[in-house]
Design a protein around this ligand. Structure first.
Ligand SMILES: [Zn+2]
Length: 350
């Protein structure tokens, strides 16, 4: 027998953020904001002293620490996971025990999972610490991501000797300037060998990982996109570092894929970011909300297919609780932002 099954959704519904904060004795050191719905105080995760690092929205059971030591956020279950340094499953079991919920082991099997994955969603190369989550195929994105909450540490190395004039990059219509701006290139050595690598940075511009795109259609069993083992895709929004520096008066454009971002950037839309798939994680949601502080909202421009439509519907519901969200459907079934012409983009976005 493994760990008992527990329904994350039922646990989250049964316990409030206030209860979690009180459990840790944190409410006394926090001050009330936004007419009582917000709390802010020193961050209990990185144990800092800055009194406005850690922000909570009680009605949404949401938290966020914007200090570079953390730079992440999530719901109250994620907070327990960070405080206890455990995964979401263990966090749910802790809550069940502390608050006497009696939810552990209530069902024999996890509820059916929906496949909300974009065809372009990267596959984790390997995950060594997923064993306590209910089993899920590598391309399945469930209501509760199997990925543990947390942040990606800045890399201590950079890939060098990348081939920047690889034919695949030209075939995708990228100019040498764009290739240089994004640090793209074909990698011949190491775990990303045989792939076009795309560097991923956090909002502080630290390099936190590389994704490897197979140049063309990959042979069977190989993922089109490969992420490093243990990389927390849910904690990053691709290109947010560059987008933060651009055109504050206009809404951020949120797309699914890496090449959507790169192509839109090349067409002059520099305020574009990618979720690296069609589902919005709580951490990505918090990053987008924070990045939109001085912007008139967000534009969602996902792929025009089932996964894209499902993902953008969920993102719309969640983000629109916080800011103005505009959905831009694409003109025809199967369309992706990176295939649109300049005039099509202008008609949709300007
Ligand atoms: Zn923190």
């Amino acid at each position: 027998m493994g760990k008992p099954y527990i329904d994350f959704g039922a646990v989250k519904a049964a316990v409030s953020m206030t209860q979690v904060l009180e459990h840790y004795g944190l409410t006394a050191q926090m001050r009330s904001t936004r007419g009582g719905d917000g709390l802010e105080g020193p961050c209990p995760i990185h144990k800092g002293t800055n009194r406005d690092d850690f922000k909570v929205t009680l009605s949404k059971n949401a938290w966020f620490c914007h200090n570079s030591a953390c730079k992440c956020g999530g719901n109250h279950l994620d907070l327990v996971a960070r405080m206890e340094d455990c995964n979401a499953h263990q966090a749910a079991l802790h809550l069940d025990h502390w608050f006497n919920l009696g939810l552990a082991g209530k069902a024999d099997a996890p509820p059916p999972r929906r496949d909300g994955t974009s065809k372009d969603a990267p596959t984790q190369a390997k995950s060594s610490r997923r064993s306590q989550s209910p089993p899920a195929g590598p391309s399945i994105v469930a209501e509760e991501p199997p990925e543990e909450p947390g942040c990606n540490e800045p890399l201590k190395f950079e890939l060098t000797n990348l081939k920047t004039d690889h034919a695949y990059l030209t075939e995708r219509g990228l100019t040498p300037e764009t290739v240089a701006e994004f640090g793209l290139g074909f990698c011949a050595k190491g775990t990303m060998s045989g792939r076009i690598v795309i560097p991923i940075h956090n909002p502080d511009r630290d390099l936190v990982g590389y994704v490897g795109r197979w140049p063309g259609s990959p042979p069977e069993e190989r993922p089109k996109y490969k992420l490093p083992a243990g990389f927390k895709k849910n904690a990053e929004v691709f290109n947010l570092d560059r987008a933060l520096l651009e055109q504050q008066g206009l809404p951020l454009i949120v797309v699914e894929g890496f090449f959507d971002v790169i192509k839109l950037w090349q067409q002059g839309y520099h305020r574009v970011v990618s979720l690296m798939g069609s589902s919005l994680s709580p951490q990505q949601e918090a990053l987008l909300i924070k990045a939109s502080d001085s912007r008139p909202g967000i534009i969602l421009m996902f792929d025009e297919d089932d996964a894209g439509r499902a993902g953008r519907e969920k993102a719309l519901i969640r983000l629109s609780r916080h800011l103005f969200v505009r959905v831009v459907p694409l003109p025809q079934e199967g369309a992706q932002p990176d295939h649109l012409t300049e005039s099509e983009l202008q008609a949709l976005l300007d």
